[in-house]
Ligand binder design. Structure first.
Ligand code: OXD
Ligand code: MN
Length: 593
């Protein structure tokens, strides 16, 4: 098949990689429906994918990864910059020439007997000033089909690229899926990503975490914009005005659920609506009016399946009913449909689990779906997708919201005093870990701006970049910055806030604060709501004014311990710690004294 571009930098790079990996043939992904259909058929014929019930789940497929390859591997993810300091204390680092030599040894001849797929893709609407182009080489049809959902792929992207050299190189080689030789390496200065020995989404869909966060955060630093691990949602009030919020949460804190929130009944009756622009990543730039604008660079949702159901997230569930690839969920053999823990109370008895073994959901103690099993669903399927989803100019941001999973400590919501304090609030984010990354579950870890595994350069420089962005904004136009915690627990371990749709009650307070419509109490950590200002109408029996006061308290003793933890964390950054953040920590300590 002949090349779809005459761009010399593209052709030279591909030629070089062809020599390295020695494919039998090269296939360019042109973006046509016919080509996708042919690839689906091929993947089904080799057993790589299972075609699901086409009446119930049209154009839907199931894939199982190797059992040793089910999550992102942070321990094997590297930022390859000339010096270790550029990568900073929170990233694994490898010197670039060493990394290339090692990766090329692993990749050499690994496409023998296989096809090289060339995927041109755009992160962001094709041609938008926010957007960036990448090319991923892969030997996996699963990767091609996922990328075709998660990004805009095909010839149109190459037409926009023209002869430019400004594109991100991505090489993915499945190799033998060997854990000890699995590496996910980013080379920010070279606009390059190399991923070997994995077939799991987050490690191999190179447009997502590798490009849209790790490489793009570095590009944003150099070019004066931001790539953030943030969802984007729009809240429409009864008058029809829509305001947009960007929110950062560590993996598996319910980001997809919040992005697709269904308003509680009393809000629906009043005419409130919530629109999803994105569920994972935001690219943010200053607009001509001096406000910050955000786009979602992705074109689909790579969501965690377990726990997704009619109640928790009907919009996500609806999004998975067509054109979706399911990974590592259970297969119901009676209906040829999929099932996962938390989908409903009726697990199939005649099924195959995520490992490919016969499974009876009524009697088996094993899980049918892996806790990090996923759906890859087209964004356009989502019933609440925003009309601005394709807007090349992005949406104006009213508020940034940071959050984490803390059983104690952090109150339901608080507002920072100003931008720099907001950056501080983001920098001290911490959460209890979950199954999205391999490693221990339930341990508290610091995850600044939810970017710990995704920042492509020194986190100290990244914080300074945030401070600098704020310095370039008129404070009147800058988004206000908040922190939320949906996960407070009582002493018996019960959640004290219902979460899900009721989180809109908190978002309403946040937007009222942005509009200067509601007061607050100044505390040691920032502005907290007066309990009466959070609307509890319709929540009677679930949350009382008293229990709300409990989750809005600031326990100075706990916060003093927290301040020591922050001090310790900050110490890792040495003189890369922005003085503005040092000052914020000192203020916090003084406030708590
Ligand atoms: C994800 C994550 O989005 O782990 O998959 O953050
Ligand atoms: Mn994420």
């Amino acid at each position: 098949m002949s090349a779809l571009t005459s761009n010399p930098s593209v052709l030279a790079w591909i030629e070089d990689k062809v020599k390295l990996v020695s494919p039998d043939q090269i296939v360019w992904i042109d973006g046509s429906a016919e080509q996708i259909e042919a690839l689906r058929a091929e993947a089904v014929s080799t057993g790589e994918m299972i075609k699901l019930n086409q009446e119930l789940l049209p154009d839907c497929y199931l894939h199982r990864t190797a059992v040793n390859d089910v999550a992102r591997v942070e321990g094997r993810t590297f930022i390859c910059t000339p010096t270790k300091e550029e990568a900073g204390p929170t990233n694994n680092w490898m010197e670039p020439s060493e990394a290339y030599a090692m990766l090329y040894d692993i990749a050499r001849d690994s496409y023998k007997g296989r096809t090289m797929y060339v995927i041109p893709y755009s992160m962001g609407p094709v041609g938008s000033r926010f957007s960036k182009i990448g090319i991923e080489l892969t030997d996996s049809i699963y990767v091609v089909l996922n990328m075709a959902i998660m990004t805009r792929t095909g010839k149109a992207v190459l037409d926009v690229l023209g002869d430019s050299d400004d594109w991100v190189r991505g090489l993915h080689c499945k190799c033998g899926i060997e854990e000890e030789k699995r590496y996910i390496c980013q080379f920010p200065q070279d606009n390059t990503i190399i991923s070997v020995n994995s077939g799991y989404g987050g490690n191999v869909l190179l447009g997502k975490k590798c490009f849209a966060l790790r490489i793009a955060s570095y590009q944003g630093w150099k070019e004066g914009w931001q790539a953030e691990h943030m969802l984007i949602l729009g809240v429409e009030d009864p008058k029809g005005d829509v305001r947009y919020i960007c929110a950062a949460f560590p993996s598996a804190c319910g980001k997809t659920n919040l992005a697709m929130l269904i308003p509680p009944e009393i809000y629906r009756k009043k005419g409130y609506k919530v629109w999803c622009v994105g569920d994972d990543i935001s690219w943010i730039r200053k607009g001509p009016d001096g406000r910050l604008y955000a786009i979602n660079p992705e074109n689909g949702f790579f969501g965690v399946a377990p726990g997704t159901n009619e109640k928790s997230n009907p919009n996500a569930l609806a999004a998975t009913r067509k054109g979706t690839i399911f990974t590592n969920v259970a297969l119901n053999l009676d209906t040829n449909t999929v099932w996962w823990e938390g989908l409903d109370k009726n697990p199939p008895e005649n099924a195959i689990d995520w490992k490919g073994n016969p499974w009876n959901g009524k009697t088996s103690k094993e899980k049918g779906a892996h806790p990090n099993s996923r759906f890859t669903a087209p964004a356009v399927n989502c019933p609440c997708i925003s009309s601005e989803f394709e807007n090349s100019n992005g949406v104006p941001i009213s508020a940034f919201v940071f959050g984490g999973r803390r059983a104690k400590l952090a109150p339901l919501v608080y507002q920072s005093r100003d931008w720099n304090h907001g950056v501080f609030v983001g920098s001290i984010m911490a959460s209890e870990t979950t199954a999205a990354a391999s490693g221990a579950v339930g341990v508290v870890r610091r995850d600044p701006m939810a970017m710990l595994p995704f920042c492509g350069y020194n986190m100290g420089d990244y914080w300074q970049h945030w401070i600098d962005i704020g310095a370039g904004l008129d404070p009147e136009k800058a988004p206000k910055v908040f922190n939320v915690n949906w996960f407070r627990k009582d002493d018996d371990g019960n959640f004290m806030w219902p979460g899900f749709g009721d989180n809109l009650r908190v978002l309403e307070w946040i937007l009222d604060r942005c509009d200067g419509k509601v007061g607050a109490q100044e505390t040691a950590i920032g502005y907290l709501p007066n309990a009466e200002d959070i609307n509890l109408e319709g929540l009677e029996g679930e949350v009382t004014l008293d229990s709300l006061r409990t989750i809005l308290d600031v326990d100075k003793e706990l916060w003093r311990t927290e301040a020591d933890g922050i001090e310790e964390f900050y110490a890792k950054f040495g003189d890369k710690l922005p003085p503005a953040l040092r000052k914020e920590l000192d203020t916090l300590k003084a406030n708590l004294a």
